[in-house]
Design a binder for this molecule. Structure first.
Ligand code: BTN
Length: 318
């Protein structure tokens, strides 16, 4: 089935005869496979008499060899379909997998977002990537880690020409207030001792429209740049940037990356509501502290906030 998709990924017309010959099957077997592709993967296929079959839009499928090129900082497994790449990394760790290693997939059937949300993960459209790391330095090595990952993703997106992209505390990436990427860190083990962290990154890459409802305004790299993005090249760039930033973080700690993070923060100086469960705290964003906590000016007094369950909204008067 994947071979048929490989043949169709250019988005051009292919006759049933040519597809059958390339796959070594009959035209009716091609027809059956096409129907199955459409049904299983939610990929509309156009059928035009006399011309053949083509996908609604070209695809960029993940290529194992390109993703694991010689300079890659860690091995990366490529799956067709997973419940969640974070969940798969956790299973691999539990069965003795040795970090660092990464996992990516063409789709996720149960993609996890922050604060218990779902992460919509259609087939071959976006990037779903999880990295397993071993943390030996205790709490200090975790300080600001999710913000550092945000910086790495920011530099990847900018290197693909997305100049308007920026960060929203703690680790969302936005273009014109629309979400383009999100990050979910999950810990395994005891943070005070030796533990593993699973760094999950979702980037909206070639998604033009979503069959599933997405709860917040969103955009994608293709929507912003107009062209099909090579997803394997994106995985390679992401690995390089993550490796660079994680190395700086490991050697020098978060404090040295703080200024760079604030320079990329879209909501510096803005009036915001910080949502913590049912509580809403109103203030003006001053920046972050040396641990990555958010600094707010609340009625003239400075307070710092941190924690995975917090999220920010702009105040109406901002
Ligand atoms: C967010 O809510 O902003 C975080 C989204 C994180 C999604 C990524 S996709 C790859 C990895 N696997 C998951 O199940 N979630 C993360």
């Amino acid at each position: 089935m994947l071979t048929l998709l490989n043949l169709l990924q250019d988005g051009r017309f292919h006759s049933g005869q040519a597809l059958g010959a390339a796959l070594g099957v009959s035209r009716s077997a091609v027809w059956k496979q096409l129907q199955q592709l459409e049904a299983d993967l939610n990929l509309p296929i156009y059928k035009v008499r006399g011309r053949g079959y083509r996908l609604q839009a070209p695809l960029s499928l993940l290529d194992y060899a390109s993703v694991n090129e010689a300079e890659a900082p860690w091995p990366c497994q490529v799956f067709d379909s997973l419940d969640s790449t974070n969940a798969e990394v956790m299973r691999l760790l539990a069965s003795g997998g040795v970090p660092p290693f990464a996992v990516t997939a063409e789709r996720q059937t149960d993609g996890r977002g922050r604060r218990g949300r779902r992460w919509v993960s259609p087939y071959a459209q976006n990037l779903y990537y999880s990295l397993a790391l071993r943390i030996e330095g205790g709490a200090r090595q975790l300080e600001g880690l999710s913000l550092v990952v945000g910086l790495a993703v920011l530099s990847v997106l900018r290197s693909f020409g997305l100049d308007a992209v920026g960060l929203k505390w703690p680790n969302d990436l936005l273009v014109n207030n629309q979400k383009i990427a999100g990050i979910l860190l999950e810990l395994v083990g005891d943070p005070a001792d030796i533990c593993h962290v699973v760094i999950g990154i979702g980037i909206n890459v070639n998604m033009q429209q979503s069959v599933e409802q997405i709860e917040q305004p969103w955009t994608s790299m293709q929507r912003e740049s107009g062209g099909l993005v090579d997803r394997s090249a994106l995985v390679v760039r992401l690995g390089q940037c993550l490796n660079d930033y994680l190395e700086r973080h490991r050697r020098q700690g978060f404090a040295t990356l703080r200024e760079e993070w604030e320079a990329g923060h879209l909501w510096q100086g803005r009036s915001v509501n910080l949502i913590a469960g049912v509580q809403r705290i109103q203030g003006r964003v001053l920046g972050i502290d040396e641990t990555g906590a958010l600094r707010l000016d609340i009625d003239g007094e400075e307070r710092a906030y941190s924690g995975g369950e917090l999220s920010l909204r702009l105040s109406d008067d901002s």
